[in-house]
Design a protein around this ligand. Structure first.
Ligand code: ARG
Length: 461
């Protein structure tokens, strides 16, 4: 059986196979596609041709209809049909239905490859900013938690065995600083993504005087991608870069989740998860399971696998556009969902974490002070290796020291008593402010170009 589409007839099974999940996934790209199309028609209307491919008044009619599409989409009333194949042709169909021949003029000097590339970059922009602001928020929560429990002793472990005196403050702010490093990766990914690919058309540009700088400026990108072939085939690679950065975030979160699962077990009892973040069992009445943290570990595995999946899809693709790229869309979008939801759920979980100082202190066996003892001997003049052997030969005679005193002695830079929580917090805050400013900038460009009322937030246009 053959089905009619906007761009020709196609076998029904081939259509279903090639359209894949696009109909559903592209619902998330309606805003970006309208925004990109508004920039495109504006540029067409200013082209130095007499007459321009789209007259200025017509560009405004297209933009008015794009606003209607956005409104319908927000109300759940804009459908992408199988025959449309994707959001790009769905919008073209609607513009043609409403505006007749004008709708058919819109696609001059661009291709769907162009559209999907710009849509995904706009989509990624806002999602990366959501991820960055959630990461900043979590880092700040961790720093506040660390500061509050800065003086609570905690056994530091290596190989999971008791090692040296440490603190809850050191433990918690270590994850915060890890997240700040991950934020630098998110920012780098953001900067690479913040280049406008429009004007590539099928991959090779067009024999008409399009203004790529103008569309880039209208859309609020930092600059256009220079080479039009790179603009097009940079798709997939960009997703891979972004998913890798998100993967690093999840790598940090997953290890922290693993510690929390372990240290909140009754056998440790260092921390207690608040009831909202645990779930019960259908058979065992006593259970309070850390399902949130377990799922977080699994979701981290998925994001890392998605990063790998996307790299694998692109790995053998030859130059120019290839349809393989379409298959990167689902893991890309899911990667954002997984990362952002994980960042968001951990912040209140950490805020609600109870710390049991007694349990933490009880865990200090005398062996935890062995290295401190050796260093005391060194302070009296003994060579370190001799002191090491001296303590090692008398391990059974080690007596417990006060964990609190041991902590008080660790004052150098970055040690339990030498942590600059305020500097960490300032870094996290700055990242959050940056994300807020960038999002504001995105929204103001979008609202100005589409003629939307200012002050309305994304998703509520
Ligand atoms: N849905 C397609 C994708 O995600 C849009 C581009 C289709 N381009 C093409 N030349 N068939 O890649």
């Amino acid at each position: 059986m053959r089905r009619k589409t906007t761009v020709g007839e196609v076998d029904a099974e081939v259509l279903a196979y090639t359209a894949g999940q696009d109909r559903l996934l592209d619902a998330a790209l309606v805003e970006a596609d309208c925004f990109g199309t508004a920039a495109h028609v504006t540029m067409l209307s200013r082209m130095p041709l007499r007459p321009p491919p789209v007259a200025p008044a017509d560009a405004q009619r297209v933009i008015a209809e794009l606003r209607n599409i956005l409104e319908d989409s927000t109300a759940g009333k804009f459908a992408i049909t199988l025959e449309d194949q994707d959001v790009h042709l769905a919008i073209e169909r609607r513009l043609t239905e409403k505006l007749g021949d004008l709708g058919k003029r819109v696609h001059v000097c661009r291709s769907r490859n162009d559209q999907v590339a710009v849509d995904l970059r706009l989509f990624a922009k806002t999602r990366l900013l959501e991820a960055a602001s959630a990461a900043s928020e979590l880092a700040r929560v961790l720093v506040a938690f660390a500061k509050k429990h800065a003086k609570v002793p905690m056994v530091g472990r290596t190989h999971m065995q008791p090692a040296m005196p440490s603190s809850v403050g050191l433990w918690a702010s270590a994850w915060a600083e890890g997240l700040l490093d991950d934020l630098a990766l998110l920012t780098a990914a953001y900067d690479l993504n913040n280049q406008c690919p429009l004007g590539s058309a099928a991959s090779y540009g067009v024999p008409m005087p399009i203004d790529r700088q103008l569309v880039s400026d209208l859309l609020g990108f930092a600059k256009p991608v220079h080479n039009v072939l790179h603009a097009n085939q940079g798709r997939g690679k960009m997703e891979s870069v972004i998913l890798s950065a998100l993967g690093q975030v999840l790598l940090t979160l997953s290890r922290m989740a693993q510690d929390l699962i372990l240290f909140s077990m009754p056998e440790f009892g260092y921390f207690r998860l608040s009831a909202e973040f645990t779930t019960g069992s259908s058979i065992m009445p006593q259970k309070r399971n850390p399902d949130v943290l377990e799922l977080l570990r699994a979701k981290a595995a998925k994001v890392l696998a998605h990063a790998n999946l996307v790299a694998e899809i692109v790995r053998a693709a030859p130059s120019g556009y290839n349809r393989d790229l379409q298959e990167t869309k689902a893991p890309f979008m899911e990667g954002f969902d997984l990362a952002i939801s994980s960042l968001r759920i951990l912040a209140p979980l950490v805020e609600g974490l109870e710390v049991d100082g007694d349990a933490l202190r009880r865990a200090f066996g005398p062996e935890v002070f062995a290295t401190d003892r050796a260093l005391e001997l060194v302070a009296k003049g003994m060579p370190f290796r001799d002191a090491y052997h001296e303590v090692k030969a008398n391990l059974d005679k080690l007596t417990g020291q006060s964990p609190d005193e041991a902590l008080a002695a660790k004052r150098h830079l970055g040690a339990p008593m030498g942590l600059d929580f305020d500097a960490l917090d300032a870094r996290a805050k700055e990242a959050g402010n940056w994300a807020g400013r960038e999002l504001e900038q995105y929204e103001s460009h979008r609202d100005q170009l589409l003629g939307l009322k200012r002050g309305k937030t994304r998703g509520a246009v």
